[in-house]
Design a protein around this ligand. Sequence first.
Ligand code: MN
Length: 227
Amino acid sequence: MTHYVLPAPIQAAAPVEGASALFPVRRILCVGRNYAAHRREMGGDDRDPPFFFMKPADALVPPGLPVPYPSQTHNLHHEIELVAALGGDGADLSTEEALSLVWGYAVGVDLTRRDLQNAAKEKGQPWEAAKAFDASAPIGLIRPVDRSGHPQGRISLSVNGQVRQQGLVSDMIWSVAEVIAQASRLWRLEAGDLIFTGTPEGVGPLVTGDRVEGMVEDVGEVAFTVG
Ligand code: MN
């Protein structure tokens, strides 16, 4: 048995629909600008290749918990995203192989300190402070892929009952299969990895007290209160 000089960190995990066993989370990969209209609202070009950033596994906020308004920002933004939960390992995958790694899907929100992200972009600095902060990844239940299928339908987010983001998963520039295949060329993917697959247009600010509710057709919901 391995012994540690400190208590080992608690394994990050996400709840699974209809099961008491949890999905153990290894790391969180995120895709930037994967819907054309959002790419344009962020000042990008439709021909840009996809790019990735990461959040730590313990940035996850499971269903039912509030999300504290983070420090060091005055412009916290919501980004509703389809999340692929991987149950297999692989590197250098083809798009055909890639989908076989998907264990299930969930709905997540890629919370962003937009003011810090804009400052980082201006200075050519990394995005960790803007994207990878504590509690930056609220998520709903993971639905196993045999029940969800590979979703193509509606994705939306409302704040206090007002719709802010609305789109179709099928409008992604790079499909889930292509995202997984491309990520697998950069890193060996492993069971427990989550991939946030990008957000449609309509990102915007949240304030303390806001009620955020998001959905992806055939997958489920995510809901939380800020603060
Ligand atoms: Mn995002």
